[in-house]
Design a protein around this ligand. Structure first.
Ligand code: CTP
Length: 423
């Protein structure tokens, strides 16, 4: 296959190099390449020799629209590793095997991929995939440390079923997760691995309050922002627990524990059980303020029960955010635990969404509040978000429009910056 127009991206698209290591998960790189190509990005695939034992070069060539080679001795006249490395806006290696990471850590340049990495000055994202024992091995840990210390973003691998019957840490994250993190890096964000050992509790999604076995009171929250916060915290090394109400289907962030709940009462109990063991609590869930006073055990009929369905009596739910602030004041939660609330505001009564959020943070007493303007009906279920992060001292940080992961990364940076005197 000839190469008439390498890196044929336009100004609005990125030039992404996907390096593929020789592991079973190499087949997932196909989805990643496709994801980038469909997004309009110019993609080059640089596999290792052993990657081609798992996926043939024809597949990568067809998906990327570019020829594939593994060695610097192909196309010597154009010095491919220099050209591909220099022109890249982002280099993503997925899957990265233990051997490939060892070669990268030692600055080897014994094939086209490792030589390209040495040339590249763009952000580099490494998505490892291997058996748990290999991931936990001291040699691999040391190599990961070296790569991170050089500014390379090494993703935490996902937990789950590995090749063969065993389960553990080491799975390649979903192509969607790698692509989203790639876009965050392309947007100029950095994810340091600096929250090792930090315990983060996040509520996400919407709560549902049952009226009867088939009907409920709910809301439009998708859980995307809460899961993106969990992903960002996990990639920074934190130990993350998500108390998840109703959400759309979302991949589990690396190593995160998911506690599924349905109602506000269940979410309240799940938070109460875990809050004292958390360094940071982020309440991104859309919590139902009220629930039916009683829940019918059989389906309510619209024409019977004296029209009870048209007059469902509501009682107020506990305010989980308020509870956590009070519990901290009373010493049930450590004083240095940082508590972050969310506020989806439309504005009204002459007040802008930001003004309402400034009143809400004083009322709720949390340390930080992330405010979204939902007046146009956006945000819920959308892939993007924006807003302001504020503290009780009146400082406001703009959270720039971006994917929900991009916004999550900015919120966590804001936690570092605006949660004064708490750690
Ligand atoms: N929240 C909570 N428990 C509730 C209601 C809300 O923990 N019963 C949390 C949400 O997770 C969010 C924050 O409080 O972090 C603000 O939610 P919001 O619904 O905006 O607060 P309300 O007090 O219900 O304010 P409003 O009068 O605007 O509905």
């Amino acid at each position: 296959m000839s190469d008439p127009c390498p890196n044929q991206s336009t100004d609005r698209t990125a030039r992404i190099v996907v390096g593929v290591g020789g592991g079973i998960a190499a087949y997932k790189a196909c989805q990643l390449v496709r994801n980038f190509a469909e997004g309009g990005d110019g993609v080059r695939v640089v596999p290792t020799e052993s990657a081609l034992r798992f996926v043939g070069s024809a597949t990568f060539e067809a998906l990327s629209g570019h020829p594939v080679s593994t060695t610097v001795f192909d196309g010597v006249d154009e010095v491919r590793h220099v050209r591909i490395g220099q022109e890249a806006d982002l280099l993503v290696i997925a899957p990265a095997t233990a051997d490939l990471m060892a070669r990268l850590a030692h600055g080897r340049a014994d094939d086209l991929l490792t030589a390209t990495v040495l040339v590249a000055t763009c952000p580099v994202l490494v998505a490892p995939a291997m058996h748990t024992e290999m991931w936990n091995n001291a040699a691999t840990r040391a190599n990961v440390e070296i790569l991170r210390s050089r500014g390379i973003t090494v993703m935490e691998p996902a937990h789950g079923r590995l090749t063969g019957p065993d389960t553990g840490a080491g799975r390649l994250p979903d192509a969607e997760q790698i692509a989203e993190l790639s876009r965050t890096l392309l947007a100029g964000r950095r994810l340091e691995h600096d929250w090792d050992g930090r315990r983060v509790l996040i509520t996400a999604g919407g709560t549902q309050e049952n009226i009867d076995p088939v009907r409920y009171i709910g809301n439009r929250s998708s859980g995307r922002q809460g899961f993106a916060l969990a992903e960002a915290a996990a990639q920074r090394g934190a130990q993350v627990t998500i108390v998840a109400g109703n959400t759309v289907a979302l991949p589990t962030p690396a190593g995160a524990e998911i506690v599924p709940v349905v109602s506000t009462e269940e979410m309240y109990r799940a938070v109460q059980e875990r809050a004292a063991a958390s360094d940071l609590i982020i309440m991104a869930a859309a919590v139902s303020d009220f629930r039916p006073a009683t829940q019918a055990t059989s389906k309510m009929k619209k024409g019977s029960d004296d029209g009870a369905l048209s007059r469902v009596e509501l009682v107020e739910n506990p305010d989980i955010l308020r509870w956590s602030v009070t519990a901290r004041d009373e010493g049930e939660i450590p004083a240095d635990t940082v508590i972050v609330g969310f506020a989806a505001e439309t504005g009204g009564d002459g007040h802008s969404p930001l003004e309402l959020a400034q009143q809400k943070i004083q009322r709720k007493g949390c340390d930080l509040l992330m405010c979204n303007d939902v007046s146009g009906g956006g945000v819920f279920g959308q892939a993007r978000n924006a807003g302001w992060l504020l503290n009780r001292e009146g400082e406001v940080r703009d959270i720039a429009d971006g994917t929900k992961l991009d916004v999550a990364v900015q919120i966590l940076e804001g936690v570092d910056e605006l949660a004064h005197d708490r750690d």
